[in-house]
Design a protein around this ligand. Structure first.
Ligand SMILES: C[S@@+](CC[C@H](N)C(=O)[O-])C[C@H]1O[C@@H](n2cnc3c(N)ncnc32)[C@H](O)[C@@H]1O
Length: 461
């Protein structure tokens, strides 16, 4: 049995399902190395950049449970850890891998001492993990240069965080014969294979279910199933009850069911492409959650307006460079005026009226999506234009013009309206781009182009 199939069997141990007919006609029986325990799904190499994935081995009914993994076999983060969650999980994975490699020795020692080894034996799952995982943590300077400023900053922040965690755990890594390459691999394993469970605040990697690839319209979903506890207390009064069963993490077919040989996919979430790129190392197409950031916050809007007016030579200071202190004072004053202008318009960040004045802290993450431009942007740009006009000599462009100008600026970063629409790396040397970087740029370009067409009525490039 290959490692991918072995992990499904191992992960589902103790599960009484699946709901199978005994006959073999449905393809669930012999003939496939994946089906030795009658599971309805197997692991296949899918190629085309997707790696392995889960495939239905027979027709599956709506809502049918495909995999059910005891929480004992789910590798969870420890929220109280002082390390970043993925660094902590990486260290524990590498320790588990080391322990698994020592197992024959340990088994002999345990056989002599009569004691059982502690904890789950993760060896089967670890052997099923991909040997190479590539996310932006490994990007070169040229690849970072092909990203936009915001995304590159996030990647660099993450790279620094992982490097700092590595320094912190280096002695523990060295003690098990591991170095940077092992650590980086393990961190990327978790970035690309984790669920986040908000109730417990834990990240979870679920052996077997971690073979499911993403699609925006998935054929399956996941669910944590808790054992029935009703009546347990009553029984406990009269007899020693059995220990409660652990909860189980399940993979469940969607409402349409799944046909034999079809891929079983789940949705990793509806995120902008940078979230997919940063964690999973790929960008899906389509990416319905795509969003192109135009400004991070109101302060950036104000600084941008001031810089534009200064660059246009319309500064009240005759285009002279202000010193840093004066520049900061100008920004603060302009922000106060923006608040006053928005308040006079009766604006709140939510767009409603109702008493409280606008809080500029609510004007964050100002984006354009496939659905259109964030409704807060035009009023904010109008207010910023009015507010900054006090600091400049000449009149102000309309908010719509400012919006289009900013959109063009951002679009140009992804190749809209430039000769290098894509396909080349950001090093200007004509090197080929990483396919994920190319997909990222194409996805952002598409949103920018659609928004520019909607706003101006003409194609963007
Ligand atoms: C949870 S794992 C899924 C199993 C993985 N394909 C494997 O071979 O082990 C997530 C990784 O699978 C790949 N992947 C998942 N969905 C994808 C998709 N729609 N397009 C391209 N790659 C995908 C990415 O490499 C991602 O980091």
């Amino acid at each position: 049995m290959d490692a991918g199939s072995a992990v499904l069997q191992w992960a589902c141990q103790g599960w009484e399902g699946p709901e199978l007919d005994d006959d073999d006609d449905n393809g669930a029986g012999g003939g496939s190395s994946n089906s030795s325990r009658g599971l309805a799904v197997g692991v296949r190499d899918l190629g085309a950049g997707r790696g392995r994935g889960l495939v239905a081995l027979r027709d599956v009914g709506p809502g049918e449970t495909l995999l059910s993994v005891s929480m004992d076999r789910v590798f969870c983060s420890e929220p109280e850890s002082e390390l970043h969650w993925s660094a902590d999980m990486a260290l524990r994975l590498l320790k588990a891998r080391h322990a698994a490699s020592q197992q024959p020795k340990a088994q002999a020692q345990h056989a002599q001492s009569g004691r059982k080894p502690d904890g789950a034996d993760w060896g089967v799952w670890i052997r099923s993990l991909p040997t190479a995982v590539r996310t932006p943590l490994e990007y070169s300077d040229a690849e970072l240069g092909a990203l936009d400023e915001y995304t590159a900053a996030e990647v660099m922040g993450m790279q620094q965080c992982v490097a700092a965690c590595f320094e912190a755990v280096l002695p523990e890594l060295e003690a098990i014969g591991c170095g940077w390459e092992d650590f980086l691999w393990a961190v990327q394993v978790f970035h690309s294979r984790c669920f986040f469970e908000p109730t417990s605040g834990r990240h979870m990697t679920v052996p077997g279910v971690d073979m499911a690839n993403h699609t925006a319209a998935p054929s399956a979903g996941v669910r944590i199933v808790h054992p029935m506890s009703q009546g347990w207390d009553a029984v406990a009064e009269i007899a020693e009850p059995p220990p409660p069963e652990p909860s189980r993490f399940t993979l469940v077919a969607g409402e349409a069911g799944i046909r034999r040989d079809e891929e079983v996919t789940i949705s990793y979430g509806s995120w902008p492409s940078e979230a997919f790129l940063l964690l999973f190392g790929f960008v899906p197409s389509p990416c319905p959650g795509e969003a192109l950031t135009l400004f991070r916050d109101a302060e950036e809007v104000v600084r941008w307006c001031l810089a534009r007016q200064q660059a246009g030579g319309s500064s009240a200071h005759g285009g002279q460079q202000l010193d840093e202190e004066a520049e900061e004072a100008r920004v603060v004053a302009a922000l106060e005026r923006v608040t006053a202008v928005l308040a006079a318009q009766g604006g709140t960040a939510g767009g409603g009226g109702g008493g409280a004045g606008p809080d500029l802290g609510d004007y964050i993450n100002l984006v354009v999506t496939p659905q259109g431009v964030d409704g807060r942007l035009e009023p904010l740009l109008a207010a910023a234009a009015t507010a900054t006009a006090a600091a400049v000599a000449q009149g102000q462009p309309e908010a719509r013009q400012l919006l289009v100008a900013r959109l063009r600026e951002r679009a140009a970063e992804f190749g809209v309206g430039t000769a290098s629409g894509g396909g080349e790396s950001g090093d200007g040397q004509g090197g080929r781009e990483d396919p994920s970087v190319a997909a990222f740029r194409a996805s952002k370009r598409a949103v920018a182009e659609a928004a520019l067409v909607a706003l101006t009525g003409t194609p963007a490039s």
